[in-house]
Design a protein around this ligand. Structure first.
Ligand SMILES: [Zn+2]
Length: 486
């Protein structure tokens, strides 16, 4: 069973009316082509407004009926967990009440269950296989624009599965963001701090990340989409063209996509595949690539990590693949993956530095070292992976234990000062503070997790090696000797 557009809208309305402390419903600025309202639900609890946003959208392709339902059900699960202090259990994967609390207290979770209400209504009442919106294309008998080809990332470049023909199911439309439905998504990206974006589609059991128009490479920064013409209604045309992505972002996409597929597999064993969009087939103008491309096209903008989910397996028929008779289990898998995506959007640096310390300079300085210096070598990237691995179980501890948090904040402030003033060296004070913090974290019940314990041990060993070093020597140490090099 699938909800009508009216049922989706009344559910988000009820959540906002009944639980205003957690949910705020926002009417997006543009109505759909046929004049329907489109709503976003913002979920958060606790105080603090300077937050990272996670934006989850569904219903882009009309016939992919499962995902708008999964998204509103995820909103309900979050509300129930937060209000009752109960865990969310998706089959074999449990998200603790503490996990949910941390997500809602540190992030703004934006959910637009259905960006394309006209299309959904059309599928439920007229044509079960409709994909596009309901735009009338003048001078043709064919309606509709593919909303996942309409964004301003190589718009109108007909590489692979993208077309300039109005009768095509992958018609890019008459211009970039010609459609009100895609402009609504752009509006949220323009006006909110969206750190992570996911466009939830069906089917094929995939988690896709950039790029979609070409294969990725990290060696030639000159090969960038910003140098290519758009609106050509022709393929890219440069033989061997591969799109540049920094090593750091490639690593980040792989890490997060890996966590998402792990969280899905833990539910009931479905093996989703993480890969670039291009590894599926070439596309341009997709929403998730657009979200990620924005900070490259305009360096003044913040970075958004963009993903596309393809939920559910290929079934016996195409109809059954897009809207199976009982989508319950597929929705549960998808919700677990989306929880992992949200959890991965939490940054312990932000949590400590901004929420507890109230300072941005140190946090930014440390992030620069991480992204620019450490990411350059294999050993450095292994340290980044280690830090990202331990911060997920440790962040909740810092949030609920003020004394521990104060120690972490002090350490982060000292580390930030070292990074910003190249003359100083690492003193015994910082090292002992760090060792003490690691010991305490190790004693706090995460110790049954062997991986976390091993990571903490590696951090202790590192700290001992850093005594008396200058900041440049610290970076040298981190980039030449990884956590597994003993
Ligand atoms: Zn789709």
């Amino acid at each position: 069973m699938y909800r009508t557009v009216a049922q989706l809208d009344s559910l988000t309305s009820a959540l906002a009316n009944w639980f205003p402390q957690l949910c705020t419903r926002v009417r997006l600025p543009e109505r759909s082509v046929q004049g329907r309202d489109v709503f976003a639900l913002r979920m958060r609890s606790g105080s603090g407004t300077d937050r990272r946003g996670v934006l989850l959208v569904g219903g882009t392709h009309s016939r992919e009926l499962m995902n708008p339902d999964a998204l509103v059900e995820l909103a309900v699960d979050l509300v129930v967990s937060r209000l009752n202090g109960t865990d969310i259990v998706y089959g074999g994967r449990t998200w603790s009440a503490q996990d949910v609390k941390l997500i809602l207290e540190t992030l703004d979770v934006w959910i637009v269950p259905c960006i394309n209400p006209d299309g959904r209504q059309h599928v439920l009442t007229v044509d079960g296989m409709w994909r596009k919106n309901l735009r009338d294309n003048p001078g043709t008998a064919c309606d509709g624009v593919d909303l996942n080809r309409n964004a301003a990332i190589l718009w109108g470049v007909t590489e692979g599965q993208t077309s300039c023909s109005p009768c095509s199911d992958v018609y890019a439309g008459p211009g970039a963001f010609s459609e009100p439905e895609t402009r609504n998504v752009k509006h949220l990206l323009d006006t909110r701090t969206i750190h992570t974006f996911a466009d939830v589609h069906s089917y094929s059991e995939l988690v896709l990340y950039p790029w979609g128009h070409a294969f990725n490479q990290s060696t030639d920064p000159a090969q960038r989409f910003t140098t290519l013409p758009t609106g050509t209604c022709a393929p890219i045309g440069t033989p061997g063209y591969q799109e540049y992505i920094t090593v750091r972002d490639q690593q980040r996409f792989e890490t997060v996509a890996g966590r998402i597929v792990d969280a899905i597999a833990a539910v009931r064993g479905r093996a989703y595949t993480p890969q670039t969009g291009r590894a599926l087939y070439a596309t341009t103008g997709t929403q998730s690539d657009y979200a990620y491309s924005r900070h490259i096209a305009n360096p003044a903008l913040g970075k958004t990590y963009g993903f596309t989910f393809e939920t559910g397996p290929r079934a016996a028929t195409i109809e059954d693949s897009f809207h199976p008779a009982d989508p319950t289990l597929i929705k549960r898998d998808a919700k677990s993956g989306l929880m992992a995506l949200a959890q991965q959007s939490i940054c312990a640096f932000d949590l400590i530095g901004l929420k507890l310390l109230g300072r941005r300079n140190e946090v930014d300085a440390l992030r620069t070292v991480r992204d620019d210096a450490l990411a350059k070598t294999e050993a450095g990237r292994e340290w980044i992976t280690l830090i990202e691995r331990v911060e997920v179980p440790l962040a909740p501890l810092l949030l609920k234990d003020e004394r521990l948090a104060a120690k972490a904040a002090k350490l982060l402030a000292r580390a930030g000062q070292l990074v910003t003033d190249a003359k100083e060296q690492v003193g015994d004070g910082e090292i002992d503070l760090g060792l003490d913090l690691v010991r305490e974290l190790d004693a706090r019940g995460e110790a049954e997790d062997g991986e976390v314990r091993a990571d903490l041990k590696a951090i202790s060993a590192l700290l001992e090696r850093l005594r008396g070093l200058r900041p440049a020597e610290v970076v040298e140490q981190l980039t030449s000797r990884g956590p597994r090099d003993g």
